[in-house]
Design a protein. Sequence first.
Length: 118
Amino acid sequence: MKANISMNKQKAAKVNTKQKAVYMQIREEVREEVYKECANDIMIQCLSTVFWTLATNCGYGAGRLKKLAEMLHDTKDLMDNPSKLHHKFSGLECEQIIKEKYGVDLRAEFTAEVEVKV
């Protein structure tokens, strides 16, 4: 009887190890998915603020806002797919150019306000 108990403990240990591995994999996949959703949500909120500001303060209508959205997509394509005319660049490089060329330090101007809801 004793041998059966120790055999069951070994099997249980293997099952626990497998369960932990599966749990860790699921946990990482969920974490990645939540991160993607949060990043997308933040991006949409930031763009919405910019678009709203342009619409209310600069007179941008639907046509100009749609054109801006198209240009943002084009810029992202340039960033992701370098060509002979354009090298690959990042948002950080854009931030640096805006700071150096136009004197606007976006990090100094804006800070993230995090609201945690439980």
